[in-house]
Design a protein around this ligand. Sequence first.
Ligand code: GDP
Length: 426
Amino acid sequence: MPNTILVGAQWGDEGKGKVIDVLTAQADVIVRYQGGSNAGHTVITGGRKYVLHLIPSGILHAGKQCVIGNGVVLDPFDLLREIEMLRGYDIEPAGRLLISSRAHMVMRWHRALDAADEARRASDRKIGTTGRGIGPAYGAKMGRRGLRIGDLLGDGFLDAVREATRETNETLAAWGAPTLCEEELVADYRAAAEALRPYIADTVATVNAADRAGKSILLEGAQGTMLDIDFGTYPFVTSSNPTAGGACTGTGLSPRRIDRVVGVIKCYTTRVGAGPFPTELADATGEHLRQKGGEFGATTGRPRRCGWFDAVVGRYAAMVNGVDFWAMTKLDVLDEQPTLKICTAYLRDDGVRYETFPSDLGVLSRCTPVYEEMPGWLTPTSAITRYDDLPVKARAYVERLVELIGGRLGILSVGPARETTLRLGL
Ligand code: GDP
């Protein structure tokens, strides 16, 4: 398989976990390049459901090398819990999982600050973070006061923990939030350092050596394009770059070594947390999509907001990421819709038409979607195994979406299980 970047094209939860799982079969090395345990990939295989937050889902395939790249921020305790969870299923990550020594850590004080900051914001100023400390950890990274996984093994680490705990406690006390116990943190981090020691490596060297040896590399992002810190609906975004560029900065693999980009996109749209969502359906249709699509967060269980497919978002994602192939997911969720709407552009209240996603949220708030309608197929699609066997109206819908956003269709997913995947050249 050519070296491939896999990105989410909407607001995350596009079903990347399943597509990664399918593509992993053809990859040798799977590298996660950004985000933290605020993301969750769900893979259903062999009748069992696995929810992974940090470890690439490639770990579910025997013999695949998995890497947590330098662009990820990770909480050592979350990672250890995930390793234990896999062991409970007789999957042993040791020897197959490497963690970049350059990856920054989400420290316990980052979580405390995240939760306390979100709690003290006025209701209309809340970001809707998962409260897992991801924002503060990336803040510390960019502010050059972060701690990296490699630091776990250094001499001064526990002193740094003590110092940061004291400083954080001053802030937490000022905000009226519960403070942290210094001795407990020191003991916990000492134990975590020992447990993680065998996994820590200079993965920039590992990934590039694999590339030189002709291995195929799958670079997987978490979240999605519209949550990108630079290209998303700022400030209602995540603190990293889920878009394709982030795959290079988050792993150390050069852009010149990337062969193709796969965009994962749902046949409708969802968003979790606060922020603009032009095609949102706050009605019975939205509720139907939520129930039928199981649209509740893999990490927090929060109900996702649901709406019609937004081709403005799709086109924007195609452009920013350079999408070659689409993996379209969850077609089956639309099986019972008599009529489907597709947003093709936005119309501002003064008549200005937007074909591309506006950067200004003030502009966006004045826009309404321009819709076209297509008839639904009103037939179950989950048992269908060949694209050509899909109802004509379902194919027409999918083909219209691809026509509107450009690129080629590579995978069409019609159900949660690994088997319900129609392959079209990917
Ligand atoms: P990710 O963060 O992009 O990996 O998305 P999630 O894993 O959080 O959400 C995807 C959810 O949709 C999971 O529960 C999947 O099992 C499920 N899923 C993926 N593809 C399909 C599909 O084609 N149809 C249906 N009904 N469910 C799907």
